[in-house]
Ligand binder design. Structure first.
Ligand code: 4NP
Length: 156
């Protein structure tokens, strides 16, 4: 079993959506026995909350169910537990790299946009303070990246 953790700031918009998309793609390829997905935030602002209602609605339109509750990245356990730690932007990437005091797990940490093929972007932009288009853009980028990520983990 390989474990994949998606990380953003609040764990209510981008990373729960990445998790929802990835779980569905894994199911569609009959690979659910091989992979487990989860998500977390670098901040503790929204611990215990469901995903943002706007994000849930936009995901629902594309038939993704976002069911996770927000939790904070756990520096003590997540580095050991997960094989791939996938960050949404440079800020999350640097934070997670910094939590790894002994530089023991740097090889597990990847920027999500590394796996995009159609989108030439340097981050999955935070949609929290924007409008509907921001949420659709997040979905577009994440669908592209999840496809590439699944190919990557399958070939590893
Ligand atoms: P996320 O979006 O990191 O994609 O979950 C955000 C959610 C909440 C906040 C910022 C970003 N916030 O500042 O509360």
């Amino acid at each position: 079993m390989k474990r994949i953790l998606f990380v953003c700031l609040g764990n209510i918009c981008r990373s729960p959506t990445a998790e929802g998309i990835m779980v569905k793609m894994i199911e569609q390829k009959n690979l659910s026995d091989k992979y487990q997905c989860d998500s977390a935030g670098t901040s503790g602002y929204h611990i215990g909350e469901k995903a943002d209602q706007r994000m849930i609605s936009h995901a629902k339109k594309r038939n993704y169910d976002l069911t996770s509750l927000s939790r904070q990245f756990d520096r003590k356990n997540d580095f050991e537990l997960f094989d791939y730690i996938i960050t949404m932007d440079q800020h999350n990437y640097e934070n997670v790299c910094d939590y790894d005091f002994g530089n023991k797990y740097q090889h597990k940490i990847y920027p999500m946009v590394k796996f995009c093929s159609k989108h030439k972007v340097d981050k999955v932009p935070d949609p929290y303070y924007g409008g509907a288009q921001g949420f659709e853009n997040v979905m577009d980028i994440l669908e592209d990246a999840c496809r590439g990520l699944l190919e990557y983990v399958e070939s590893n």
